[in-house]
Design a protein around this ligand. Structure first.
Ligand code: ATP
Length: 761
C-alpha cells in the first residue's frame, strides 16, 4: 500500500471514529429526552380523578407527551445524516430533529433539516458556497456510522460536480439503487437543490409543481408538508394540512414518510374519502366517472334540486278540521318564488316556502271562519294547528321535501325520468344511460364530489343545532380561558424545563379541543367534518382530478394555500387535466406559480430512452426528465402465443432476477381480470393488488391506473398495444407504465408492439 493511500485510510478511520463519538452523544441525548418524556407521560396518566379542568389538562398533556414520544422514536433511524463545515470554523450536524445542549446555553447539537441554518446543506454549490467549506453526508445504520462522503466546496479544492449538479452524488446513487420495499422512504438526507426550493417555497397562494415521472414530486410534496408544519406550526396545527392522493394503495405507499419525519398531524385522503360517513367502494366505467366529473354537473344537480320544488298542476286538496283545504298552483308558485329568491340552500329555503304556505293557508281557514271576527291571536293559533296537522305537513312535503345528498343522488341516478329532467340541456341519451344504475348501488369515488356539491345545494336545516353549538362554544371558550389561568398558577407546571401548556395552546385552540375530543389533532377532527377548511392542501397526482373534484378541494381551502404536484403527460382519467391553466383559471385566474422538476431519480436511462419516444408521440410540449443513472439492464420484449400459459413462468423468472425486491406486472384491466387469478394461484409470491397491503408481496398484478405514483424494482408490462388503444389517453397510460421501474423492464405481448416502442422490439 502506498504511503499516501495509508495516510488517507488513517485519516478516514479517525474521522469515522470522531463521527461515531458525536453520534453516540446525540443518541445519549435522544435517550435522555425519551426517558424524560415517558416519565412525564407516566406521571400525567397516573393522576386520575379530580375536577373536569384537571382531567382536560391531563388529556392535553398526555397528547402532547405522546406526540413527542412518537416523534422521538420515529427519528431513531438515520437521525443524523449530514454535517456542514463553515468558513468561520463552525460545524453543524444536520438531522431529522433539532437537539440542543441545555447545559451550554442551548447550543445546537443537531440542526433540524428544516431550520434556516440547515438550508446550505441542500443548496450550497462550489459556485454559490454560502459560507460552506465542506458538506459531509453520513451513512449510518441504526446507531452506527458506516461511511461518509465529503464534498469540498471551496474553490481551491472543488470537486468536479456532475452535469446535473447533484449534491452528495455517491450517497444519492446508493439510495436510488437500493431495493424497493413497497413503502416510500423519505429523502431527507439527499434532497436536491431544485427540490429544496420547492419544499421551502412560501405558503401563500397556489404552487403547481410540474415534473415528469420519478422527478420526486411525491417526495417533495411530503417533505413540503413537513417543512410547512415545522415553519408555520402555530397556524397549521389549528387548521391542519390535507394531503390528497389518487387511491388507497397510493396512500398506503406514502403513509410512512411523514411519520418518519416526525409529523403525524396530516390528513392523508383521496377525494373519495373526504365525505364523512361515505366509503366509496363502487366501481363504474371510466366514461361514467368522466361524465360525473364534468363542471356542467353543477347545473345538472342544481336542476335536480329545483325539480324537488314542485307546484300542483292545478290544485291539491287536504282535509283540515274536517273541511277541505285547497293548495292551489298560484299560491304555491308564489311561495316557491319567495323561497327561491332567498338564494338559500334547498333545505333552508324550505322553511321560507312553508312559512309562506302556512300564512296563505291560515288566511284560507280564517276566511272560512269569517276573518272579520278573528284577531291576531286567533290567526296565530290557526297557524300553529296547521303546522301540527300531519296531512297538511305531508302535502307540503310533497311539494318541497327535506332531502339529503345521499337520498337525492341515489334517486337521481336510478330514475330515468328524474335524470332526464335534470340533465336535458347537458347530457345526451347515451350519457344518461351510462350514468343510470339500480337504486341503492354502492357509492363510487366519482359520486363523492357530487354528494359534496349536493350538500352545499341542499344545506342542512340546523338552525337550532347551530344556536346550541354557538352557545356551547361561548361557554367552552370562557372555560378554556379559566383553565389556562389555573394552569399558569400551577407551580409544578411552571417548572422551567417543562413546556407550559400556554406555550403551545391559546384559549381558542383549547376550546376547540374541548369541542371535539380533547385528544384529537386537527387532522383527526377534519376527517370527521365535511365543512372543515384546511390551513394548507397538497394534492398529488393532481392531473387526475376532475373539475367536480377540484370544487371539493377548493371548498376545503378557501385561503387557496395549496401545493399541486403532477404531470399532465401522465393524465389517465378521462376527466383529468391537459393543462394546469384549465384547472386553475376558474379559481385563481393566472395567479398561481409554476415550479418544474427536471431530473428523474427513479427510471434508469435505458428505460427512459424508450419512454421518451412515447412522450414525444403525445401532443405536448413537455420534455422527458433526464435520468440520473443507468442500471445496466436493457429493456426486453418477448412475443408469446398463449399469454395465460406464458405469464406465470415469466413472472417467476423475473422474480428470481429481483431477488428480494419488488416486481409489478402491469396490464389492461380486462386482461388482468382474465389471467390474473391464474398467475396468483400458481405463484404464492404474487398478489392481485386489490388491497393496499398487496404492495408487500414480492410480485403484484396491477392496472396502470392502480400503479400510478408507485415504483418497483422491476416491471413486467403485458400487452402494451392494448394499453395504448385502451382509452383516449392510452399513450399517457403507456408512459406511466414504462416509468414505474427502478431497474428492469420487460414486455410480454401477443399482439404487435405499438410503433412507439420500436426501441424495445
Ligand atoms: N433527492 C432525492 N434523494 C433520494 N431519492 C429521491 C430523491 N428525489 C426523488 N427520489 C426518489 O425517486 C423516486 C421517485 O420519486 P417520486 O415517487 O416522488 O417521483 P414522482 O415525481 O412523484 O413520480 P411519478 O410522477 O411517477 O409519480 C422515489 O423513490 C424517491 O424516493
Amino acid at each position: 500500500m502506498s504511503n499516501a493511500r495509508a495516510d488517507r485510510d488513517a485519516v478516514r478511520a479517525q474521522e469515522l471514529a470522531a463521527e461515531q463519538q458525536y453520534l453516540d452523544t446525540l443518541y445519549e441525548k435522544l435517550d435522555a429526552l425519551r426517558e424524560e418524556t415517558a416519565q412525564r407521560l407516566k406521571d400525567t396518566l397516573r393522576d386520575s380523578g379530580g375536577p373536569p379542568q384537571a382531567r382536560t389538562e391531563r388529556d392535553i398533556s398526555a397528547r402532547m407527551y405522546t406526540d413527542k414520544l412518537s416523534q422521538l422514536s420515529a427519528v431513531e433511524h438515520g437521525m443524523c445524516f449530514g454535517r456542514l463545515d463553515l468558513d468561520s470554523g463552525e460545524t453543524f450536524h444536520i438531522g431529522r430533529i433539532g437537539l440542543f445542549d441545555e447545559d451550554n446555553e442551548y447550543e445546537p447539537l443537531l440542526l433540524d433539516w428544516r431550520a434556516p441554518a440547515a438550508r446550505p446543506f441542500y443548496l450550497a454549490t462550489a459556485a454559490a458556497r454560502d459560507g460552506v467549506r465542506r458538506r459531509r453526508h453520513l451513512r449510518t445504520s441504526w446507531r452506527k456510522v458506516l461511511d461518509y462522503e465529503d464534498e469540498v466546496l471551496d474553490l481551491d479544492a472543488a470537486e468536479q460536480g456532475s452535469d446535473l449538479g447533484l449534491a452528495g452524488e455517491a450517497t444519492l446513487l446508493a439510495r436510488l439503487d437500493a431495493r424497493r420495499t413497497g413503502q416510500m422512504q423519505d429523502i431527507v438526507a439527499t434532497i436536491q437543490a431544485e427540490q429544496d426550493r420547492i419544499i421551502r417555497a412560501g405558503m401563500n397562494g397556489v404552487l403547481v409543481v410540474q415534473g415528469g415521472p420519478g422527478t420526486g414530486k411525491t417526495a417533495v410534496a411530503l417533505h413540503r408538508a413537513a417543512y410547512l408544519l415545522y415553519t408555520f406550526r402555530e397556524q397549521l396545527s389549528k387548521r391542519g394540512v390535507l394531503v390528497v392522493g389518487p387511491n388507497e394503495t397510493f396512500l398506503r405507499y406514502i403513509g410512512q414518510v411523514l411519520p418518519s419525519l416526525g409529523e403525524t398531524g396530516v390528513l392523508l385522503s383521496t377525494v373519495g374519502g373526504l365525505y364523512p360517513g361515505i366509503t366509496a367502494t363502487g366501481v363504474e366505467s371510466a366514461r361514467a366517472a368522466e361524465i360525473k366529473g364534468r363542471a356542467s354537473m353543477v347545473d345538472v344537480l342544481t336542476a335536480a334540486v329545483r325539480d324537488r320544488q314542485q307546484v300542483p298542476s292545478d290544485h291539491v286538496e287536504v282535509t283540515f278540521d274536517r273541511e277541505p283545504l285547497r293548495i292551489d298552483r298560484a299560491t304555491a308558485t308564489q311561495a316557491r318564488t319567495r323561497a327561491r329568491r332567498t338564494r338559500r340552500p334547498h333545505n333552508l329555503a324550505r322553511r321560507v316556502f312553508r312559512d309562506e304556505m302556512f300564512r296563505a293557508l291560515t288566511l284560507q281557514v280564517a276566511d272560512r271562519l269569517g276573518r272579520d271576527l278573528l284577531d291576531r291571536r286567533d290567526l296565530d293559533e290557526i297557524n300553529v294547528e296547521l303546522r301540527a296537522d300531519p296531512a297538511v305537513d305531508r302535502a307540503l312535503d310533497e311539494l318541497w321535501p327535506e332531502t339529503s345528498p345521499q337520498q337525492l343522488l341515489d334517486e337521481l341516478l336510478s330514475s330515468p325520468e328524474l335524470l332526464a329532467s335534470a340533465s336535458r340541456k347537458h347530457l345526451d341519451d347515451a350519457e344518461r344511460a351510462e350514468l343510470l344504475r339500480p337504486a341503492g348501488s354502492p357509492w363510487t369515488p366519482a359520486d363523492v364530489p357530487l354528494l359534496d356539491e349536493l350538500a352545499e345545494l341542499l344545506g342542512e336545516d340546523d338552525e337550532q343545532a347551530r344556536a346550541e353549538r354557538e352557545r356551547q362554544e361561548r361557554e367552552e371558550l370562557a372555560y378554556a380561558q379559566g383553565v389556562l389561568h389555573i394552569m399558569e398558577q400551577d407551580e409544578e407546571i411552571a417548572d422551567e424545563e417543562r413546556l407550559r401548556v400556554k406555550d403551545v395552546l391559546d384559549a381558542e385552540l383549547l376550546a376547540e379541543r374541548f369541542r371535539a375530543r380533547s385528544d384529537l389533532t386537527a387532522a383527526e377532527r377534519a376527517a370527521e367534518d365535511r365543512t372543515w377548511t384546511f390551513g394548507h392542501v397538497i394534492v398529488d397526482e393532481a392531473q387526475e382530478l376532475s373539475p367536480m373534484a377540484w370544487r371539493v378541494l377548493m371548498r376545503r381551502c378557501p385561503s387557496r394555500s395549496m401545493t399541486l404536484v403532477g404531470d399532465v403527460a401522465q393524465t389517465g382519467a378521462l376527466a383529468g387535466a391537459d393543462t394546469w391553466h384549465e384547472v386553475l383559471h376558474p379559481y385563481v385566474q393566472d395567479r398561481w406559480k409554476l415550479a418544474e422538476l427536471t431530473v428523474n431519480y427513479r427510471t434508469p436511462a435505458e428505460i427512459m430512452d424508450v419512454a421518451a419516444d412515447v412522450l414525444a408521440a403525445m401532443d405536448t410540449d413537455l420534455e422527458a426528465p433526464k435520468s440520473v443513472r443507468t442500471s445496466g439492464h436493457r429493456p426486453w420484449a418477448r412475443r408469446v402465443g398463449d399469454l395465460a400459459a406464458a405469464l406465470p413462468g415469466a413472472v417467476a423468472e423475473e422474480l428470481r432476477e429481483v431477488e428480494d425486491g419488488r416486481l409489478a406486472v402491469l396490464m389492461p384491466p380486462e386482461l388482468l381480470a382474465e389471467v390474473g387469478p391464474r398467475v396468483v394461484e400458481s405463484l404464492p409470491e404474487a398478489a392481485m393488488g386489490t388491497s393496499p397491503d398487496d404492495l408487500d408481496s414480492p410480485a403484484v398484478l396491477l392496472t396502470v391506473e392502480q400503479a400510478k405514483g408507485l415504483e418497483f424494482d422491476s416491471v413486467l408490462l403485458v400487452e402494451p398495444a392494448a394499453i395504448a388503444a385502451g382509452s383516449e389517453r392510452g399513450l399517457n397510460d403507456l408512459y406511466v407504465a414504462l416509468t414505474r421501474a427502478t431497474q428492469r423492464l420487460g414486455v410480454l405481448h401477443t399482439e404487435d408492439l405499438p410503433e412507439v416502442l420500436r426501441k424495445i422490439g
